[in-house]
Design a protein around this ligand. Structure first.
Ligand SMILES: [Zn+2]
Length: 446
């Protein structure tokens, strides 16, 4: 019989995490238990190692009794926020303040945009430009999943240390857990993890969230729900049917309805404002619309072996590996070769996107309905992808029972994933002016 704990493909990551989390419950034990029992057995823990840099003294709390919860519906598209597919989220949005022009930032992926949400900054300041980067030291591609990858203080730390309030992270994906490790006061270890997707189903994440609320009453909680993204990636039912995706949307929405009933019953609904958004949306491609940049560069003698390529779904990043004197000519040639492919939409420098030195020297994005597959045409078999421009628009609204939430309004000005951190800082009387962001202040009466 298959044991998820043993047949997981990424034993190395598991070993690393076990050493970083001495109080983690063995998943063999956890598998036989319900969500509430999981968390009561110690799958939430207190952090204490991370010390962000000092900031200005906090001002008064704008609302003494406000709890703020951020819920990221990973990969949700703005057109999926409607009364039919997501009735709970739609009701919340229409009863709160909805932002109609919200976007992720580039590269439109999970790790850079969650990092944007907790830091309020661009990747050239927060250190996380894409899910996968070229690591010059290791001479290989790697995932940005280490706790020290984030180079700017997070609001999970700042609300805890500057304000002295309990913060919590309850995230479903393994690499989000590891990159945020040690930042919140209370940090749930996601589990049981599904093989391949490396995420906990929303059922377990919501159960862990309920226990975290019951046991710790966090004032700021950061939640990631991974089902919509993970089942969207794997939806082979076609670009228009999206059977698995629609089922995941319905299930996640229903889990959030259950969360609302739980919070109403224990009294926490009326003291909580909930900011719901996605980290990016999703686009679907067929197996015929692939771009293998490795093939393109291998065919060209001026480019062969000169770039480290990091595949990021709807985008590829290129890091120059050759002699410094040849760099400008090689990048100019790469730009020419990549742009000649019919599936490529745009090419950017890292500076244009404010990606910082980890973001590589050039970024290529695909047209809607295409995907990158590197190093080979079979490396990326999944139909759902993001990272490119068409996957930037996201849902974004503020709801919940707290009386400071403004009701029934739609705001058309642009907002971004970075604005989540500024909104959290604003709500807890902390400075946000150093961020590349501004608070969603219209959503509140303070
Ligand atoms: Zn994501």
């Amino acid at each position: 019989m298959c044991d998820l704990h043993d047949c997981d493909h990424d034993r190395q990551a598991r070993a690393k995490r076990a050493s970083a989390s001495p109080t983690e419950v063995d998943r063999r034990t956890a598998l036989g238990l319900g969500g509430a029992a999981l968390a009561s057995l110690g799958m939430v823990q207190f952090a204490g190692s991370s010390v962000p840099k000092a900031s200005a003294a906090p001002g008064p709390l704008p609302a003494e009794d406000l709890d703020l919860m951020v819920i990221v519906c990973d990969g949700m598209r703005p057109d999926e926020l409607n009364a039919e597919q997501t009735p709970t989220l739609w009701r919340w949005a229409t009863q709160g303040t909805r932002y109609s022009n919200a976007k992720a930032h580039m590269v439109a992926e999970t790790l850079p945009n969650h990092t944007a949400m907790v830091t309020g900054t661009y990747p050239d300041r927060n250190g996380v430009p894409s899910n996968s980067i070229w690591d010059h030291g290791a001479g290989d591609e790697r995932t940005m999943d280490r706790a020290d990858d984030i180079t700017y203080p997070t609001v999970l730390e700042r609300i805890r240390t500057e304000r002295g309030l309990t913060t919590a992270s309850v995230v479903s994906k393994d690499y989000l857990y590891t990159i945020l490790d040690g930042k919140a006061s209370v940090h749930w270890t996601p589990g049981p993890l599904l093989p391949v997707t490396d995420h906990a189903l929303d059922h377990f994440t919501i159960e862990a969230l309920k226990v975290t609320i019951d046991d710790h009453s966090p004032r700021f909680t950061f939640v990631n729900l991974g089902d919509i993204d993970r089942f969207g990636h794997m939806d082979f039912s076609g670009t228009s049917w999206r059977l698995a995706r629609n089922q995941a949307l319905f299930n996640t929405d229903h889990k959030l309805w259950e969360l609302e009933q739980f919070m109403r019953a224990n009294g926490s609904w009326d003291r909580t404002a909930i900011l719901v958004l996605a980290d990016h949306s999703m686009d679907w491609s067929t197996p015929f619309d692939l771009i293998s940049a490795k093939e393109l560069t291998d065919r060209d003698p001026a480019l062969r072996g000169r770039f480290g390529i990091s595949q990021n779904g709807g985008a590829d990043t290129f890091a120059y590996l050759g002699a410094p004197g040849d760099k400008d000519a090689a990048i100019a040639r790469l730009r020419e070769v990549v742009l000649a492919h019919p599936g490529v939409n745009r090419v950017y420098t890292g500076d244009e996107l404010r990606l910082g030195e980890r973001g590589g020297d050039l970024v290529a994005t695909c047209h809607p309905g295409w995907r990158f597959s590197d190093p080979t045409p079979v490396s990326n078999p999944i139909p759902g992808n993001h990272g490119h421009e068409v996957t930037l628009p996201i849902p974004f609204f503020i709801a919940g029972g707290h009386p400071s939430v403004r009701r029934g309004q739609v705001v058309d000005r642009p907002v971004t994933t970075r604005d989540v951190a500024a909104t959290a800082a604003h709500a807890f009387g902390l400075s946000w002016q150093d961020m590349d962001a501004s608070p969603a202040a219209e959503a509140f009466t303070f």
